[in-house]
Design a protein around this ligand. Sequence first.
Ligand code: ASP
Length: 342
Amino acid sequence: MQQDKMIRHSLSLATLFGALFLQSYAYAGPIAMAIHGGAGTISKANLSPEQEQAYREKLEEAISAGYAHLKQGGSSVDAVIKAIQILEDSPLFNAGRGAVYTWDETHELDASIMDGRTLNAGAVAGVKTIKSPIEAARTVMDKSVHVMLSGEGAETFAKEQGLETVDNHYFDTDFRLEALKKAKAKLERDKTAWERPENLDYKFGTVGAVALDRQGNLAAGTSTGGMTAKRYGRIGDSPIIGAGTYANNASCAVSATGHGEYFIRYHVAADICARVAYQGLSLQDAANKVVKEVLVDADGSGGVIAVDNKGNIATPFNTQGMYRATVDTDGNITVAIYQPKE
Ligand code: ASP
């Protein structure tokens, strides 16, 4: 009897260890992540060493926070949120604090997030008082039956969900106000200047993150103040699933930054993942094709960060620079701003 009991006991221990082994095996997939802080006319000549240092430090802080979460076995959705919130809280980037000004000297923020495992997604557009638009997007994804909420409705929803709200002036910065005045002066002289933002010396400061977690789940998120001097409730690509943000475990996760009108027309983020899924292109080839050929032919400036379900990373852009950071499957962190030859 006693021996029987012992055998049963050892068998259940073996089952327990087996289950634990299988569980840790299932958690052993590669992890990788990339973030961006916008693209545009960014060159060594127009960035002081101190400014460059400040951008590099903030990018490193954000990717390290996301990566630490992935390393502990955390989800790609949480890693994306953690990294983006650090960038939203920094006045250096055009998202959250530091958001650009509309024509009317206010701030209207857009954000979206997508979970590549479920294809669930959430977005907010044109919100004025939500402190962390990416958190609001996530709450739309998790706590509502909708994908995108806009304006006052989105703000009411955020308040009902207990999210932090702030006065619109919380997003004010002197240098963005200066940028608005310059952009308005140029736009008043030439209404078509908007068509070629590089003529406005434009820097897209949108922030975004993409991640692959140990469970093989991809996620992408993007948060922005949109484009300087936007008016009439203009919404860009950042809150539009498939344009500025897309994630699908079957292919890849993408977050974009650039001239939103073009990214919407060419549904850039989804197009890159579709080329991976249906054409069998590598992530790098698919991303290069869309950013360096399709968008360039159309005159659409900007760039993307992308990660696929094996942890490959691509960060192509067709502008002078793009604030970005990556962490590859070996854990190497790279922070960069200018074209790769830097
Ligand atoms: N894509 C954003 C928009 O068009 C701008 C940016 O990337 O900075 O709203």
